[in-house]
Each structure stands twice: as C-alpha cells, then as structure tokens.
Design a protein around this ligand. Structure first.
Ligand SMILES: NC(=O)c1ccc[n+]([C@@H]2O[C@H](COP(=O)([O-])OP(=O)(O)OC[C@H]3O[C@@H](n4cnc5c(N)ncnc54)[C@H](OP(=O)(O)O)[C@@H]3O)[C@@H](O)[C@H]2O)c1
Length: 295
C-alpha cells in the first residue's frame, strides 16, 4: 500500500508517518512546505499551493492520501482569509479532483471547530455551524469532499497534544512548557471545553482507517471533557512545572483574532465501535509524554 501524507512536518502528519513506518508493506511518501526528513519515508518539500497535484499523483501513485496540510491556526485564518481559503479549501478541491481521477481514497483531517460550541457532546450527526473562519474553511472542504465520488474519510479531532522535535507550530503543551520553564505566566481559557486528543491515539486510528479502508465521518478525540485551563493545570503538575504561573481566564480576556467556540466536546462512540478506538486517559498520556521529555 502506498500512502501520501501532506503536512507531514506538523504534529499530526509527522505522527501518522512515524506510526505507518512500523506497519509492514506500506510505503510512506511525506510532503511538507519546509525541509522534512522522516526516516523510513520518502520525504520531499513542496509548496502545495503551486504544486501540480496530478503530476505528484502520477509520480507517487498513492492508494491513499492523508491530507493534513492546512493553515491550522484559527487566528491566522481570521487575519488572512484569502490565504486560508486558498490553502484549506482550494487546495483540498484540487486534491479531491486528483483523488477522483486516480481513484485514491482520501482521508481528511477536520476539526471540532466546525461546531458552534453552544451545546457540546457533538456526534457525527450534529449540524455544523462554525463561529470562525478556520471552522468555515474546514467545513467547506468537508462538503466538497462529500460531494465528490471519491472514497473518503473525514476525521474530526480536537485540541491535539504531543511533543515532537522541530515542529513548525506550537501546541498547548509546547507553549505551556516554554512559558512555565522560563518562569513566565501563561493565560489559559477556563471557559473553553474540549476533548483533548493524544496525537499517538489519533495516528493509530488513522492507520486503522487506512488499512481497513473505512469511509465516512468520524469524531476521533480523547474521551474526557475538560476545560483548556484544567488540562494545562494537569499537565503542569505532571511535568513538575510551577502551575501557579498558569492564569485561568475567560476567553474574552485573551486577545485572539478568531472567536473560539465554547464547548466543542466530541462524542466518540462511532470511532470506538467501528475503529476499535481506545483513547489513552489524559493522565496516562501526559505521563508518557513526560517520560519522552525528561526520561
Ligand atoms: N492540531 C490540532 O489540535 C488540530 C485539531 C483539529 C484539526 N486539526 C487539523 O489537522 C491537520 C494537521 O494539524 P497540525 O496541528 O498537525 O497542523 P500544523 O502543525 O499546522 O501543520 C500543518 C502542515 O501543513 C503544511 N503546510 C502549510 N502550508 C503549506 C503549503 N503551502 N504547502 C505545503 N504544505 C503546507 C505545514 O508545513 P511546514 O511545517 O513545512 O510549514 C505543516 O506540515 C490540519 O488540517 C488541522 O486543520 C488539527
């Protein structure tokens, strides 16, 4: 099986690539914007905004493409809607078209931010209603995938955490460690509820989807509903950092360009049933990350 992963320099793409390397009879092709070298994969750089996707498919002949590349910062999307649309929607449209032409299964990384966050506990059957442009762009991409004839899987995930060397974008844990270890305070929203996702669990679920050619929409996240502030507090305590430097605040006190949905907790029963998905409890995953970080 030949797998093409876009956005393989990101936290999620990199973890999917590494998980696949351990899977027999899979050739992994990994692409990113900046320099990339994941051992055991054929890695290459490409600005996908200008790339000829059909040429790429001709060369690689993938069976499955896992499309992770995106402008994934909600604030960056809000500030530059034009580039967000080009990257998150138009690029996805071109990849979908190539998937149709070359009969490739498309796995698309989507987000809990397609929901308005007013009720929480969202299943795959709930109606999306994004509150920011990032969520809008990901929903538009979902719709054009679903409207196409290609076999596809849409994976909606939430507040993904993990540590990796040389990440191009920080995540909640890397920001927390960076600030607290330098004795700086770190403001965290106490009113945003999420189901945080350990990146290794997400990567395993996606490998399962690819090997078993599962199609449809899936929520793939952790199972525990928790505020971002409480998640950060738990991480700081487990990592032995000074948790008094954490400042729980209301979202209104954070000067962020994009509004954030309040409660986007996801229900993962479908993934548990169909994918045998068993997310690691938060405490245990943070302990594993601590071992990776500090030995
Ligand atoms: N992380 C989360 O909590 C979360 C939650 C829900 C959904 N998602 C979705 O999951 C996917 C992956 O997320 P992530 O956190 O791993 O994202 P990320 O760290 O921001 O990585 C995005 C990747 O896209 C690549 N990229 C950006 N512009 C590109 C371009 N013009 N050409 C080629 N590649 C380009 C980046 O390459 P370089 O690194 O080389 O610049 C990077 O590898 C995204 O689609 C995101 O919307 C993430």
């Amino acid at each position: 099986m030949r797998i093409l992963i876009t956005g393989a320099n990101g936290l999620i793409g990199k973890n999917i690539a590494k998980t696949f390397i351990a899977t027999p009879q899979v050739d992994v092709f990994a692409t990113s914007l900046k320099k990339l070298n994941i051992e055991g994969t054929t890695s290459f750089t490409s600005n996908l905004l200008n790339a000829d996707i059909n040429y790429m498919f001709d060369e690689i002949r993938p069976d499955i493409v896992i499309h992770c590349a995106a402008i994934s910062s909600p604030d960056a999307c809000e500030v530059d809607r034009f580039i967000c649309h080009r990257m998150n929607v138009e690029l996805t449209r071109r990849i979908v078209s190539a998937c149709v032409d070359y009969r490739v299964h498309m796995v698309f990384l989507s987000t809990d931010f397609v929901f308005d966050g007013l009720k929480g506990n969202y299943t795959e059957l709930d109606t999306p209603a994004p509150v920011n442009y990032y969520g809008e762009s990901k929903l538009e991409a979902e719709k054009l995938i679903l409207a196409s004839s290609t076999n596809s899987t849409i994976v909606r995930t939430s507040l993904v955490y993990g540590v990796e060397s040389k990440l191009s974008r920080p995540n909640i844990l890397t920001r927390l460690i960076d600030n607290l270890s330098k004795n700086k305070t770190y403001k965290v929203p106490a009113d945003q509820i999420r189901t945080p996702t350990f990146v290794a669990d997400l990567a395993s679920a996606i490998v399962h989807i690819c090997i078993n050619k599962v199609t449809g929409i899936y929520n793939v996240s952790g199972e525990q509903k928790i505020s971002v502030a409480d998640f950060a507090l738990q991480a700081a305590k487990i990592f032995g950092l000074n948790h008094e430097l954490l400042l729980p605040v209301n979202s209104g006190e954070l000067t962020e360009a994009a509004p954030r949905p309040t409660n986007t907790s996801l229900v993962i029963d479908k993934a548990k049933n169909d994918l045998n998905f068993k997310p690691t409890p938060i405490g245990l995953s943070l302990e594993k990350i601590k071992t990776t970080l500090y030995g």
